[in-house]
Design a protein around this ligand. Structure first.
Ligand code: M6R
Length: 366
C-alpha cells in the first residue's frame, strides 16, 4: 500500500508530479488557451462582482491560502483576506453578500473550517470549497467548488494536498484574471505553459533527495530552526517550519525575511540553522542582504536557490537547487526540499513520521 516507500509521507511527497498533473488535467487547456472550471464558470458573476475574497482554512491549508492571496491580488487584482477558520468564526466578522469565501481543506472535515462556512453562508456570502476528499462535509456544505484530485493523503503531515491546493487556486486566479482583463493575453498563455512544466520540475527538485538527506544529517540535532522567505515564498517558510515541528518535534518558526530585524534576529547564533528561500525571481537582492545579516551573526544558512545560482552560494553553508519558474509558481518547487528535509530529520530521530504524537489527520473537533 505504501508502493515500496518506507512511509506514506515519502510516497506522497514523490507523488506530487503526478498529483499536480491530475489537478490541472481537463482544466488547463494550454493549446486552446483556456481554463475550464465549471464551479467557477457557473458562478462567474459572484467572483467578478466580489468586493473581496475571504479565504478560511487551518494549518497547511491556511498556508496554501496565503500563497493564493499573493496570486489573486497580483494577477486578478481582487483584495484577499486569509483567516484562520478558528479565529474568523468567533470574531463576529463583517460578511456581506458581496463577499466570496473560499474554504480550503484537504479532508473536508475540519470542524473550525466547517463552522466558518456555515457562518459565512448565514450572512449571505457565496462560499466556494477547495477540498481533496470527494463528498466530504465541506464539499457538501459549500455552494460550489473545485476538487484537488490529489488522491488519498494518509500521512498526517500534509504534502501533496498543499501543492495541489496551490495548483487549483492558481487556476482560479488565472481564470478570473483573464475574465477581468487584468492579465495580458501573452502573460496568460505564458502562465499556462509554465504551469504545465511544473510536474517535470517537481520531479527535478526531487532528485536532490540524497543531497537533502546529508543536509538533514547535519542539522538533525538542532533544537530550534528558523525559516525565512519573502513574497510568494513567505508562506512556504511558514509551511516548512510547520512540517519540521509536527513530525520531528523540533521547534521551528517561519518569518517573512524582513521581519528578522524586528525581533527574531536576536535568536541567531552559531547554533541556529536558518532555512532561507532565495530563488532568483522575487526580491532576490533583498533576500541576499537578509542572508548577509544572518551570516554576520554566525547563523548557519541553508538556502533554497534557483539552479545555477552564484551569489547565495558564496554566502550559504548549504544550498539546495530547484529549477527556475515564474515567481508565482515557485512555491510549488521551493516547498519540495523543505518537505524532504523534515521527513529525513524525523526518520533520523526515530519519530513516527506518518502518525506524529498528539495529532490526527482530520481535526473534527474544535
Ligand atoms: O483537512 P484540512 O486541510 O482542513 O486540515 C487542516 C490542518 O489540520 C492540516 O493542514 C494540518 O495542519 C496538517 N497536519 C499539516 O501538515
Amino acid at each position: 500500500e505504501k508502493g515500496g516507500y518506507e512511509h506514506f509521507m515519502l510516497k506522497e511527497i514523490y507523488e506530487q508530479p503526478h498529483a499536480i498533473r491530475d489537478t490541472y488535467r481537463g482544466r488547463l487547456l494550454a493549446n486552446e488557451g483556456i481554463i475550464r472550471m465549471s464551479g467557477v464558470e457557473n458562478h462567474k458573476e459572484k467572483f467578478l462582482n466580489a468586493n473581496r475574497i475571504i479565504i478560511v482554512a487551518c494549518g497547511t491549508s491556511w498556508h496554501a491560502g496565503l500563497v493564493a492571496e499573493y496570486i489573486f491580488e497580483d494577477i486578478a487584482r481582487i483584495p484577499v483576506e486569509v483567516e484562520y477558520a478558528s479565529e474568523f468564526r468567533y470574531r463576529n466578522p463583517v460578511i456581506t453578500e458581496k463577499d466570496v469565501v473560499i474554504a480550503i481543506s484537504q479532508s473536508g472535515e475540519t470542524a473550525d473550517t466547517l463552522a466558518a462556512i456555515k457562518l459565512a453562508k448565514a450572512n449571505g456570502a457565496f462560499v466556494f470549497g477547495v477540498c481533496n476528499v470527494v463528498g466530504s462535509s465541506i464539499a457538501r456544505e459549500t455552494h460550489a467548488g473545485a476538487y484537488t484530485h490529489a488522491g488519498p493523503e494518509i500521512g498526517v503531515a500534509s504534502t501533496k494536498a498543499f501543492t495541489t491546493q496551490i495548483t487549483v487556486l492558481t487556476l482560479i486566479a488565472l481564470k478570473l484574471a483573464k475574465e477581468k482583463g487584468t492579465i495580458s493575453n501573452s502573460d496568460f498563455h505564458y502562465h499556462l505553459e509554465q504551469l504545465e512544466l511544473i510536474p517535470d520540475k517537481v520531479k527535478q527538485a526531487l532528485k536532490s533527495d540524497e543531497h537533502i538527506k546529508k543536509v538533514a544529517e547535519t542539522y538533525k540535532d538542532a533544537t530550534n530552526c528558523l525559516y525565512l522567505g519573502r513574497g510568494y515564498n513567505f508562506p512556504v517558510a511558514l509551511e516548512g517550519a510547520l512540517k519540521l515541528k509536527e513530525i520531528s518535534y523540533i521547534h521551528a518558526e517561519g518569518y517573512p525575511a524582513a521581519e528578522m530585524k524586528h525581533g527574531p534576529i536576536a535568536l541567531i547564533d552559531e547554533q541556529m540553522p536558518v532555512f532561507v528561500i532565495a530563488t532568483k525571481k522575487g526580491h532576490y537582492e533583498k533576500v541576499v542582504s537578509n542572508i548577509q545579516e544572518i551570516k554576520s551573526r554566525k547563523g548557519k544558512i541553508i538556502a533554497i536557490v534557483t539552479e545555477g545560482d552564484v551569489d547565495v552560494k558564496k554566502l550559504a553553508d548549504h544550498i539546495i537547487e530547484v529549477p527556475e519558474t515564474l515567481e508565482s509558481l515557485s512555491p510549488l518547487l521551493t516547498t519540495i526540499p523543505l518537505q524532504l528535509l523534515s521527513y529525513h530529520i524525523a526518520v533520523m530521530l526515530g519519530k513516527n513520521v506518518d502518525q506524529p504524537r498528539n495529532l490526527a489527520k482530520s481535526v473534527t473537533v474544535e
